[in-house]
Design a protein around this ligand. Sequence first.
Ligand code: NAI
Ligand code: MG
Length: 338
Amino acid sequence: MVSLMKVAVIEGDGVGHEVIPPAVDVLKAAGLNFEIVPVEVGYGKWERTGRAMDESDLDVMRDCDCILFGAITTPSDPNYQSVLLRIRRELDLYANVRPFRSLNIPVDTPYVARQPFDFIIVRENTEGLYGGKEEIGEDRATSIRTITRKGSERIARIACKIAQERKNRLTIVHKANVLRSCSFFREVCIKVAQEHDIPFDEGLVDSMAYNLILFPHKYDVLVTTNLFGDILSDLSAALVGSLGLCPSANIGDKYALFEPVHGSAPDIAGRDVANPLAAILSARLMLEWAGEQEKAGLVQQAVDHVLEMGIKTADLGGHASTKEVSDAVVGYIANVRR
Ligand code: NAI
Ligand code: MG
């Protein structure tokens, strides 16, 4: 564990400005010894300066231990390069780890799963269809999907490690019946699972989408490629009840970035109605990554308590503002530590 952790804090755009400050407050309330290094990147910066991120911003991030990231608005301009994809690639944050757990409180959301569930999607984060190898011509466009042995081995290893900690089963998700690059991914994952002595099964991504909705309680750790993991994560967020509840970790060997699964939500930005819990739970994942298990547990306890008290934002059918939910979480933590 590092003594004084340096955390690059990127609010980004839209609701990022509203949900990241509470996440920082939660880290402070939990007693983390850390230095905040604010970094401005994103659409707002692009509009102002013509660049969404500078090389020097990346250097600042490289000088930190980890990053707390809000969300960034992506314009449809084809010249705009995704900031987040670039950070993930430059810092080699190859594992996107997304835990999804059902709430144990009644929520007024469009869909509620019938049985409690608790699973983690481990998504390869640097290659596949998001690898950036693309060509666009007058009459055709091509995106190349590269899956490497190194990329598949390391993501499978992280997934096996998580499955081991949870003493449970790994599900390898692919489309090996159609895509040869998926057969390759599947074979590498099976080999790694066997080496780690992890029980595993597998599923085709389309039937996984179906099964996750009907039987989410049957799954524990899912490992999959970049695009499939992206899509299944949003589906899983709907199972939980709101994107506003889903945190994620982007992990590499050297750095890590923690961010809510949701985007900049321009439809609700600036109105103090965004759910801050996805960002707060991302801070919780940061604490876990930093080896601060006790502080992480306290943050989870605070979130559970606030939800049980019915202090909920509109996405969960509640009436509380971003600030009210944030203050309640911070207040609970401060109270327990007093
Ligand atoms: P989004 O995740 O921003 O919003 C989808 C829906 O969920 C909206 O109805 C929004 O109001 C709701 N929502 C999102 N976060 C919420 C929260 N904390 N509390 C309550 N409700 C919440 O996805 P969308 O609309 O597709 O994208 C908006 C912008 O964000 C786009 O420019 C997109 O490119 C970008 N984006 C950025 C991401 C990132 O930086 N990691 C991830 C996804 C999208
Ligand atoms: Mg996504």
